[in-house]
Design a protein around this ligand. Sequence first.
Ligand SMILES: *Cc1c(COP(=O)(O)O)cnc(C)c1O
Length: 439
Amino acid sequence: MYLEEKNLLHDNLSVEGSTLKFAGYDTVALCKKYGTPLILLDENKIRNRMRTYKNAMEKYFGTDSRPLYASKALSFVGIYQIANEEGINTDIVSIGELYTAKKAGFPLERAFFHGNSKSDFDIEYAIENGIGFFIVDTYDELYAIDRIATKHNIRQKILLRITPGIDPHTHEAISTGKVDSKFGTAIETGQAMEITKTAISLEGIDLRGFHCHIGSQIFDVKPFCDAADIMIKFIDDVKREAGFNCEYLNLGGGFGVRYVQSDPEIDYEDNIRKISEHINTYCAQNELTCPKILMEPGRSIVADSGITLYTVGSVKEITGYKNYVAIDGGMSDNPRYALYGSEYTVLCANRMDSEDSYECTIAGRLCESGDLIQENVKIPKPQRGDNIAVLVTGAYNYSMASNYNRVTKPAVVLLGEKDRLAIKRESIEDVSRLDITLE
Ligand SMILES: *Cc1c(COP(=O)(O)O)cnc(C)c1O
């Protein structure tokens, strides 16, 4: 009865007896097998989401349009292997991600290098490894790439990152399209036109188009359509003022994900259809040629393909105040509540047949009062040793994990035809492997 009431949020969750199942697997049994904290990934769902983006973009924007998996959401060797098998491109934001993609055999000519502060070393390393595109943020970077590309006798393909001046009303820390942003060059100030002209004039630079990314966790298509209008108008201005034909327009990432029941469900294919219709109409009305479209989904590829399982260490009831359920992980594997106050759905994985009437705050194990996973949730009253499941943790959890308090990072297991360890659990030896004992 309780189970029917409980809308389990995503179709890869189910219940058998008292046990939560994920992607068809018994989560409690997996906790015993791999230990906790444990991150489980639904491999089929990841692949399906990549296909949804790829097929929808080809269908609505044309065969030269492509999704790039924004791998900062979750970067490990296996995910680049999967992205490669599914025929999508990737974007990376550091040479650490680049190296991981390379180790996975991902063809780096299909990788796009982002970031607002790339060092000469980063640029040279990426060029030596045959990076496809740089997405260039500033003049300093543009000149550095020109210099290093010229030294290597190549013309380096780039896109310029432009800020269209859109505020998508998401969290301040994940809103990036406004004029006052640490990312990109603004159209409004005239600086975007100037940097474009400079890029065209440089020998080592092969400008192919423009990029914008307005923010993250956006549910509405309107901000994307508004950004596209501004960008296409800019592309037209550049054509008239500088005679430049833009090949690519990259609209960035940012589609929202359903974390809790009050979030809307999103049909990604339909969103892409709506954006494409908008762009095509706008281009037709203004007699503009439409560039090839790229998009950079990160969160919406992996978030709802992941859950995290923990073991309860203690249940503390402060008379007259509240109840704390403390787990064996915390902000070291999921800093998003501490950083942004992000909402999460919490379940007790081994008490799915009990009433969820125990109001409590899920506290991490780190020595920090702000180390909470979620406050005031309702779950069945747990005991030490129970398993707590936090849903929709595939994106920006493991990739933001730290060793604060020298805790070890969780294991990551892919659930497909079988369960496969994708990232080993860190050992306590790993945590001190870089330390040098003083002589
Ligand atoms: C973070 C980021 C993305 C991915 O955003 P999601 O919200 O995870 O889809 C894409 N492009 C750029 C430039 C980003 O910074």
